[in-house]
Design a protein around this ligand. Sequence first.
Ligand SMILES: N#Cc1ccc(CCNc2nc3cc4nc(N)[nH]c(=O)c4cc3[nH]2)cc1
Length: 373
Amino acid sequence: MAVRYELLKQCKQSGARLGRLHTPHGVIETPIFMPVGTLATVKTMSPEELKEMDAQIILSNTYHLFIRPGHEIVKEAGGLHKFMNWDRPILTDSGGFQVFSLGDLRKITEEGVQFRSHLSGEKLFLSPEKAMEIQNALGADIIMAFDECPPYPAEYEYVKNSTERTYRWLKRCKEAHGRPEDQALFGIVQGGEYRELREESARQLVDLDLPGYAVGGLSVGEPHEMMFEILGYTTPLLPKDKPRYLMGVGSPEALIEGAILGIDMFDCVLPTRIARNGTTMTSEGRLVVRNAKFTRDFGPLDPNCDCYTCRNYSRAYLRHLIKADETFGLRLTTYHNLYFLLNLMHQVRQAIMEDRLLDFRDEFMMKYYGTLN
Ligand SMILES: N#Cc1ccc(CCNc2nc3cc4nc(N)[nH]c(=O)c4cc3[nH]2)cc1
């Protein structure tokens, strides 16, 4: 089997679980955060640095690699693991979300999606079959179904039609998947903000008995409370013995809340993207290190962090590098932000082990946001 989930422990205080996800490229301890490496690199990080911070799985993107350098090149290189020198697990997103959020969308039909490349303007086409061909060529351990992520807000009728088409597309993905023995195809629950559509989507996906289930169509501008409410009634419909993946979520609060609601996997560009403009996540909340007040602050970025950046460099030095647009500065803030989220998930796993995740959440929220919720 391509991927096997082992449920180790159900938290007594919440819906959180401790698990292990066995894949052809290694075991993943869940709940887990996945650094995003859209173009076959987690921007400014080397594979060795990612291993040093205990990144267990990274995400890459079908849409981007299809456009550049092209999935045939990656296939000729021996697949994505070889191409980027990463021998741990990889998950690829299917392109559905990226086409809607990046490409110049031309038309959605039953067949698939016509769009123009955001780079060359070239007319391109993605379909369930094409998305499977690309992901089979890239060789990720976990691949995502080709879906439509409806915009927020969207009318009931639109979301209903979109979610029904996404289900038909999922069946075509399953049909077209060329390597089910070593690449696990995850389905994606849609349904927008509409409970009956979410429940119907979850039921249909579970009937297909897939190796894992993602909750999509969230983190698209809806209020935080709405996301957690939707998770609250959707996650319990998904099998306990399969991994649940919440797509595109990466703030510290949302990772903890998502874990409490029974989510096992998260990804988001947030930590790496904000790092590149000098915004960092620290144990006392967000810290914009390019801010003038750090000009003569020779202390560590985060006094409670033992990462490479916090052990060796000061806020003053980081501010100087970021202001000077020095690449080393981006590397140091990126390293710290990823380390911060990966370490946060390590603490979440520890708290589940000790049945005290709700207490951990309250302690963390107090220190990070200065409030209890
Ligand atoms: N900085 C920054 C930053 C940039 C974007 C975001 C939102 C990411 N949200 C998001 N990614 C997604 C990917 C997705 N992929 C697929 N195939 N389907 C989804 O429904 C889907 C939904 C998503 N929602 C959050 C933070």
